[in-house]
Design a protein around this ligand. Structure first.
Ligand SMILES: Nc1ncnc2c1ncn2[C@@H]1O[C@H](COP(=O)(O)OP(=O)(O)OP(=O)(O)O)[C@@H](O)[C@H]1O
Ligand SMILES: [Mg+2]
Length: 320
């Protein structure tokens, strides 16, 4: 089997709460991997640590512990230029295309700036700009226009083109369509699909909208209060969710398929996600879990493989 492009092992990112001096355990021991050409969804409620995890992987937040391994190299063993080069292979697409593009730059200038950083010789830049725009479904004629003249969907395409200018191995997109009109969301999601297929880029898609992730992602991680509680292919997760949290999360999201929608169990997710400064002992979901038992407070459930590649961290899932 080909090794993954990106592997994250036991990543921990804590923050110090300014007011109360408490520790916010935003990411608390997360392991995941991405294969080349694969789109992986990262889902979970607001505040569960998805952005902190994404930002830690791209170096915008500093992990307290854990390893980030790109193409077999642990990034913590690199320094200076080698670290910068490795980091440029992991690109981040921000949620808000309005703040991520400079309004005073033309699209061509924004892309050229990225190509300069990527070290592309001047003579090859204009052809590369046209190629990048083509990859994201924009005409080359858009290059002289300013960011402020574009729609949200077009701006997000430019932001993706700018990330592609660095020839990334991995794209991490944190809620890349949630600031866009409903009508263009699916188009931008399809773009990730095309890029992973055509360029072999591994994509981690962080999203609230389960219907969109479900369409785009082939594999998924479900996160709850700083930890991964379930992972599996889309067929495994959506067809046979095993963790009570995944079940509740999926049950609260409508399915695009009318048959599945009729069969969808209505077990709503009740209550608020607990504070990451003081997570419950044992299983973090136990305070909201409909099938909680006494042991759940004492034991942190390890991930159990229920089928190849399908793992759920619950004491009461059975293998097979
Ligand atoms: N820079 C920071 N300093 C202190 N606490 C932070 C910081 N960034 C995030 N947090 C806290 O860490 C926890 C996880 O936040 P994070 O933004 O990673 O969640 P999320 O899953 O991305 O949520 P959402 O779906 O709303 O974007 C939250 O309790 C948040 O308040
Ligand atoms: Mg977030």
């Amino acid at each position: 089997m080909t090794p993954p492009v990106l592997e994250v092992r036991n990543l921990v990112t804590h923050f110090r709460s300014v007011e109360r001096g408490k520790t916010i355990k935003a990411v608390d021991g997360v392991s995941l991997h991405l294969n080349a050409g694969e789109i992986v969804g990262l889902i979970g409620e607001s505040g569960c640590g998805k952005s902190t995890l994404s930002r830690s992987i791209v170096g915008l937040a500093t992990p307290n512990a854990g390893q980030i391994i790109l193409d077999g190299t642990d990034l913590s063993t690199l320094k200076g230029g080698a670290l910068r080069k490795a980091r440029s292979a992991i690109q981040y697409v921000f949620q808000d295309p309005y703040s991520s593009l400079n309004n005073r730059q033309t699209i061509g200038e924004a892309l050229e700036e990225a190509l300069v950083i990527a070290g592309l010789p001047a003579a090859r830049r204009s052809a590369r700009i046209a190629e990048l725009l083509d990859h994201v479904g924009l005409p080359a004629a858009i290059a002289p226009r300013y960011g402020r003249e574009l729609s949200g969907g077009q701006r997000q395409r430019v932001a993706i083109a700018r990330a592609l200018a660095m020839n990334p191995r991995v794209l991490i997109a944190d809620e890349p369509v949630s600031a866009l009109d409903l009508s263009v969301r699916a188009q931008v999601m399809n773009l990730f699909f095309d890029l992973s297929r055509d360029l072999g880029v591994a994509c981690l898609l962080v999203a609230h909208d389960l219907a969109l992730v479900r369409q785009a992602a082939s594999r998924n991680y479900v996160m709850y209060l700083g930890k991964i509680v379930e992972e599996g292919t889309s067929a495994q997760l959506y067809g046979d969710p095993r963790h009570p949290y995944s079940r509740a999360l999926l049950a609260s999201a409508p399915s695009p398929d009318p048959v599945a929608e009729r069969a969808r169990p209505r077990v709503p997710l009740t209550g608020e996600i607990p504070s990451p400064t003081n997570p419950p002992s044992g299983c973090r979901f136990r305070t909201r879990c409909p099938v909680v038992q006494e042991a759940c407070a004492a034991i942190l459930p390890p991930p159990v493989e229920v089928a190849p590649g399908h793992r759920a961290a619950c004491l009461f899932v059975s293998a097979g």
